[in-house]
Design a protein around this ligand. Structure first.
Ligand code: UDX
Ligand code: UDX
Length: 484
């Protein structure tokens, strides 16, 4: 009998992960489910709902054969042997824990639906990042709501570590796969069943098994450690600008220590993405709930430094442009939270643009993957005060002060300054002379991703700011004691 897998949630995690399982396991039927009809229609069309290098090839190769996308959630879950849950778990916006805790509404809804429709034993797999001990809550929801004879459930935690932009590569060749489960005979059997799925393409020694709680916490801890590395190098970038040291040289020097390693040491205008901030705040909330106040404060400081980095960038732009950006055109190159994705969740560009709009700037934005509608929605959305301490603007204000351009050169024409906020490869090979000639003088580049050759930019005539690089004497460091 063919093993049947269903996955609830056809997002950035569920879609690519299931596509890879279907691609690698010809004997498994995989159905990806979502309540959002538009999203499922897009997964079934020529234009997939998310941009991810290599994804189209994988989906087009197995769609309709081993891979299916559907909105028939109840029917497909009822038929499945293994059900992955990959719905979103956003930070709560109201009520207890608002601003920190994960909102588990969708999760609980999924668990109740599974209990309602199941007639046979199933393995339930937590794929979304969840607070530690979610499995216990899910077990309770399931066991108290079983309606039909024959239904029984084993819960596994199988966190996803793919990064956007490299999802297919990460899924095809993961550093490790983690499967956590109850250490009971039936829990161990369920672990083995899922292990056998991954073992079809992942070397067995890279499939790590653990108890449920270790697996759940490992995901939060991994994201917290990664984000902490970025906040650490970003804190050093501020120090570099004050001292004349160069953050890229520092990253190289410390990364050569094999105990530290060279990855994830790129100073930036700040980390974004759907996971880092959310998972850290979630961990902070858990720590506080367990009375671990100092530990909560330690991890929260990773987010504090990230917010500071975005604010520092905005302040440097404003003070360098003679303390006013009112009515000045500023080109924003890159809006996605990183290259090779059209995803803008928690992108530092939102905060930087909001900071500049608050000062009256006119922004011309170019991003090769983010749609105009997405950018404008992001900039007129209500956000929390704790998270985005900027005035919220109306859609009309966004419409009046933001122009979305279809090329870098159009965005830069007539601009006073260029801010680079995403490290798209095409920004490494820009015709800087052409850009310079079309701009108001003095012309500034603020490189928040260190992708432009600063020496060349200066030769062309730009006043150049590279994040964490020695400051050009023309630039005013807003935090310097002698700054105006
Ligand atoms: C999300 C979380 O952000 C991440 O923390 C977690 O690890 C995995 O789930 P992602 O796949 O990027 O990641 O989220 P998103 O793209 O929003 O996809 C979630 C999908 O679930 C949406 O398409 C949504 O329509 C769907 N969904 C949500 C359901 O199908 N049913 C629900 O009840 C709720
Ligand atoms: C992250 C984790 O890497 C992944 O394992 C987890 O499953 C989901 O969260 P993702 O958010 O997709 O993945 O991208 P990632 O490559 O980790 O980048 C996150 C943010 O950090 C981006 O804004 C990126 O630009 C920034 N970053 C990354 C830096 O600023 N400097 C670096 O050196 C690396």
């Amino acid at each position: 009998m063919t093993l049947k897998i269903a996955c609830i949630g056809a997002g950035y995690v569920g879609g690519p992960t299931m596509a890879m399982i279907a691609h690698k396991c010809k004997d498994i039927e995989v159905t990806v489910l979502d309540i959002n009809e538009e999203r499922i229609a897009a997964w079934n069309s020529d234009k997939l709902p998310i941009y991810e290098p290599g994804l189209e090839e994988v989906v087009f190769a197995c769609r309709g054969k081993t891979l299916f996308f559907s909105t028939e959630c109840e029917k497909k879950v009822a038929e499945a042997d293994i059900v992955f849950i990959s719905v979103n778990t956003p930070t709560k916006t109201r009520g207890v824990g608002a601003g920190y805790a994960a909102d588990m509404t969708y999760w609980e809804g999924a668990a109740r639906m599974i209990a309602k429709v199941s007639h046979s034993p199933k393995i339930i797999v937590e794929k979304s990042t969840v607070p530690v001990k979610t499995a216990q809550a899910v077990e309770r929801v399931l066991s108290n709501n079983v309606l039909n004879d024959g239904a029984r459930f084993d819960i596994l935690s199988n966190p996803e570590f793919l990064a956007e932009g490299t999802a297919i590569k990460d899924l095809e060749n993961p550093d490790r796969v983690i499967i956590g489960g109850r250490q009971t005979p039936s829990g161990l059997k369920a672990i083995q069943t899922l292990k056998d799925v991954y073992a079809q393409w992942v070397p067995e020694e890279q499939i790590l098994t653990s108890n449920l709680w270790s697996s759940e916490l490992a995901k939060l801890a991994a994201n917290a450690f990664l984000a902490q590395r970025i906040s650490s190098i970003n804190s050093i970038s501020a120090l570099c600008e004050k001292t004349g040291a160069d953050v890229s040289e520092i990253a190289k020097c410390i990364g050569a220590d094999s105990r530290i390693g060279p990855k994830f040491l790129n100073a930036s205008v700040g980390f974004g993405g759907s996971c880092f901030q959310k998972d850290i705040l979630n961990m902070v909330y858990i720590c506080k709930g367990l009375g671990l106040e100092e530990i909560a404060r330690y991890w929260e400081s990773v987010v504090t430094i990230n917010n500071l980095q975005k604010r520092r960038f905005v302040d440097i732009v404003i003070s360098s442009l003679f303390n006013t950006v009112r009515g000045k055109k500023i080109a924003i190159l890159g809006f996605a939270f990183k290259k090779d994705t059209g995803d803008t969740r928690e992108t530092p560009a939102i905060d930087v643009c909001n900071g500049l709009l608050d000062e009256g700037a006119d922004l011309a934005v170019y991003d090769p993957q983010v749609t105009e509608e997405r950018m404008k929605t992001d900039l007129s959305l209500d956000k929390f005060e704790w998270d985005h301490p900027y005035t919220q603007r109306k859609a009309k204000e966004v419409e009046d002060h933001i122009e979305c351009c279809d090329s870098v050169y159009k965005a830069c024409e007539g601009a006073h300054a260029v801010c680079i906020l995403t490290e798209w490869d095409e920004f490494k090979t820009l015709d800087l002379k052409k850009i310079y000639d079309s701009m108001v003088k003095p012309a500034f580049i603020f490189d928040g991703r260190n992708v432009v050759d600063g020496k060349h930019a200066k030769e062309v005539g730009f006043v150049f700011y590279g994040l964490g690089k020695p400051l050009d004497p023309f630039l005013t460091d807003p935090s310097s004691p002698c700054s105006p």
